[in-house]
Design a binder for this molecule. Structure first.
Ligand SMILES: Nc1ncnc2c1ncn2[C@@H]1O[C@H](COP(=O)(O)OP(=O)(O)OP(=O)(O)O)[C@@H](O)[C@H]1O
Ligand SMILES: [Mg+2]
Length: 268
């Protein structure tokens, strides 16, 4: 297995405040990593250091085996999609122009290829083609979120960073977006890092879950490992409720009617 992202002794401070003391982590290519932890523990900071929006105070970050210090930032960011909570769309561009922004830069001479990319990703995130000519202000919050994800994916990144992307949408839209992103991951095989505040979402979507507290890793493991073998008290408290549930094969958690105890595995 190849390593998509590696943190080597990464330290990040703001003035005298140490946000991340010494982060060491390897993320394999194709993994869907959900990141969960207390507010202010350094999740956004860690994500932004991967695409060079923040610089580590010390240590190294490798993307696809290359130290990002030695890479051209524009080239680095082209390979890394970034989707964040709320709308970050260009307000004066239509849906189609927003999604085609990066592909049209990359395929300057091939408009057909760009148009195909727009259609492909609009379909994948469940956006009706009739919305192409609309502006972001003419869309609902959930639709804007979908355009943001389609735009991040249209650049064909091999890594996608998502910072609480479904935080601002209602429960039904959230569930739809969750199953869409899961399908996209399965179809494309890209590496996804997804920050969430919701443990159920973290367990449901992640092939691996990264639990952080005060800039330190509490546990990095599969949902099943977290449920069956929480390594610290912090993780134990986090998954307390879910441990009384069954972990169904399709990734849904369900109240366990049978065992009522630590389960974390499919119930026959
Ligand atoms: N540019 C900055 N200057 C100074 N301090 C900062 C800056 N950005 C973040 N911080 C601080 O660093 C810490 C980590 O912030 P970060 O945004 O990474 O947290 P987070 O885990 O994403 O939190 P949340 O779950 O609330 O989004 C916080 O205490 C925050 O106040
Ligand atoms: Mg954050």
């Amino acid at each position: 297995m190849n390593t998509a992202i590696e943190f080597r002794h990464v330290r990040k401070t703001y003035g005298d405040t140490v946000v991340i003391p010494d982060l060491n982590l390897k993320i394999e290519t194709g993994e869907f990593v959900t990141i969960i932890g207390s507010s202010g523990c350094g999740k956004t900071t860690a994500l932004k250091m991967i695409n060079g929006l923040y610089e580590p105070t010390d240590g190294d970050i490798l993307v696809n085996g290359e130290n990002i210090k030695e890479k051209d930032m524009i080239m680095l960011r082209r390979g890394i999609g970034y989707a964040i909570q709320g709308s970050v769309l260009f307000p004066n561009m239509t849906v189609e122009q927003n999604i085609s922004y990066v592909p049209s830069l990359l395929n300057k001479k091939d408009r057909k290829k760009t148009a195909q990319a727009v259609d492909k990703w609009m379909e994948m995130v469940g956006l009706d083609f009739s919305m192409k000519e609309r502006y972001p202000s003419e869309l609902s919050g959930g639709q804007q979120q979908r355009v943001g994800i389609a735009r991040a994916l249209a650049a064909s990144p091999d890594i996608l960073l998502m910072d609480e992307p479904f935080g601002a949408v209602d429960a039904i839209t959230r569930e739809q977006l969750q199953s869409e992103i899961k399908t996209i991951h399965q179809k494309t095989g890209i590496t996804i890092l997804f920050v969430t505040h919701d443990i159920e979402e973290a367990l449901k979507l992640g092939t691996k879950v990264l639990v952080m507290d005060r800039g330190e890793i509490q546990q990095y493991g599969t949902p099943k490992e977290l449920l069956q073998d929480p390594k610290t008290g912090f993780v134990e408290r986090l998954v307390e409720k879910q441990r009384r549930m069954c972990f169904l094969p399709e990734g849904n958690l369900k109240d366990c009617e049978y065992c009522g105890a630590v389960c974390g595995s499919p119930k026959e």
